[in-house]
Design a protein around this ligand. Structure first.
Ligand code: GAL
Length: 429
């Protein structure tokens, strides 16, 4: 904090005492001002459940004496937000923090624009609080540059309980059961599957089907190791065929529909099921729906033993202001605090990333998610979500999006052709 002290005339006598006092007050006020930082945060949480969660963050940061400056960019999955981020960073004016994940954190680190928050992480013992599969992603060259807030499970199926009752079915555990139930729902005049025709939603659905059809070892080989023969092999072809078979059970008006509107179709009973990560629960909660009664949340068919994780995190950017730097550290510390982890995740549909939390306030969906996370970790079936930025570089992920989106929309392309294209896409630089 720079002061103008050098320019002040030398005080004398009583006036001197008053002046010294006044200077003290000024210094205190100045320090007080420095304590309140405006922290601009880029995020893409704009649906009902998401906005409620973002509000928790804003409120708790404000309670710390800082000011949240909202930089919300609508668009599920964050594609639009990433474009906005690039524009701001290139202009030399990054936000203090941005919601980015996975390998993109490393890419921003390579650009030299991220700032270390390692002192906060060290002081608060993050290495012990965060599972190692996740803490590694948050570090650049051994230093924390990002803070995680949650764990979302992606391989999920959401079901309207009444719709299922109408066709006298149980939640489908296998793909055969799934298609039998879908057929019955169709006959009963209910759209079996709600989907939004946006590339990231197609990609997410396919990712979930691939896990259910091929299992975690196949998934890992294909999407994490990018193994060429697995990408174009028979299991991938089967996964693509299964994915495409779902299309007959979706509605015609899906093009461009946002994910939360698709969730709305399941909430209202217009549609029966949706494949979506557990941020969907935030929408059910906002609508006042109760899990186990109004809706069911189950692992997607065939994927009961595996867990695709998607961790939201905030990376911190270099800014030219000591006040903002202080605000960044306040935010980093807040994100991992038990109180924030509980309230935020209760709203978001995810589970705390901070280990050892008391989950008694969480519903059965979340409690099951936490238990499954731990057991998948032990069994080696915990896999990162590629459709949600957790594995591949943005270039490879984008190329995969194109292949899957085109395959979904083009009824003349064969599953083998799409598999061959996935293998080519994996080589994108
Ligand atoms: C994911 C993100 C979630 C959720 C979802 C829909 O990528 O991790 O927090 O917001 O997109 O926007």
């Amino acid at each position: 904090m720079r002061t103008q002290r050098g320019n002040l005339p030398k005080p004398a006598g009583r006036t001197a005492k008053l002046t010294v006092y006044a200077l003290g007050v000024a210094a205190v006020l100045a320090c007080g001002a420095a304590r309140s930082a405006e922290v601009e945060v880029l995020h893409y949480w704009t649906s009902g459940g998401e906005a409620k969660s973002a509000q928790v963050l804003k409120q708790m940061l404000d309670e710390k004496g800082d000011t949240w400056k909202d930089f919300a960019v609508a668009g599920g999955g964050g594609g639009n937000a990433m474009t906005a981020l690039k524009t701001r960073v290139i202009a030399g004016n990054p936000p203090a923090a941005a919601q980015i994940k996975g390998p993109a954190i490393q890419e921003w680190g390579d650009e030299g624009v991220l700032v270390s928050i390692n002192d906060v992480a060290k002081r608060e013992g993050w290495d012990k609080l965060i599972p190692p599969q996740i803490s590694g992603i948050m570090k650049y060259k051994g230093q924390y540059v990002a803070a995680p807030v949650n764990v979302h499970r992606v391989n999920r199926l959401w079901i309207n309980a009444d719709a299922l009752k109408k066709v006298n079915a149980q939640p489908p555990a296998t793909w055969d059961e799934f298609f039998r139930t879908a057929e019955a729902l169709q006959k009963a005049g209910i759209t079996p599957v709600a989907i939004g025709g946006q590339q990231w939603q197609d990609a997410e659905t396919f990712e979930t089907v691939a896990l259910g059809v091929g299992g975690a070892a196949f998934y890992e080989k294909a999407f994490v190791q990018l193994d060429q023969s697995t990408l174009r092999g028979p299991t991938m072809v089967k996964a693509l065929e299964t994915f495409k078979k779902i299309k007959a059970y979706t509605d015609k008006a899906q093009t461009g529909r946002d994910w939360n509107l698709a969730t709305g179709m399941v909430i209202s009973g217009k549609a029966a099921m949706q494949f979506m990560g557990d941020w969907a629960k935030g929408e059910f909660s906002v609508a006042g729906k109760v899990p186990g009664k109004d809706y069911l949340c189950v692992p997607a068919p065939g994927s009961q033993n595996a867990y695709t994780f998607n961790v939201d995190s905030f990376a911190f950017f270099k800014v030219r202001s000591a006040d903002v730097e202080k605000g960044q550290k306040d935010l980093a510390s807040l994100l991992l605090s038990p109180k924030f982890q509980e309230i935020f995740n209760l709203n978001k549909g995810s589970i705390p990333v901070r280990q050892g939390m008391d989950l008694s306030k969480f519903d059965t969906c979340a409690q099951r998610s936490a238990a499954d996370f731990t057991s998948a970790q032990a069994k080696g079936t915990l896999v990162p979500s590629w459709a949600h930025d957790m594995v591949d570089t943005p270039a490879v992920e984008g190329a995969f999006y194109d292949v899957i989106g085109n395959f979904w929309n083009d009824d003349n392309e064969s599953a083998q052709q799409a598999a061959d294209k996935l293998a080519v896409a994996a080589k994108t630089r």
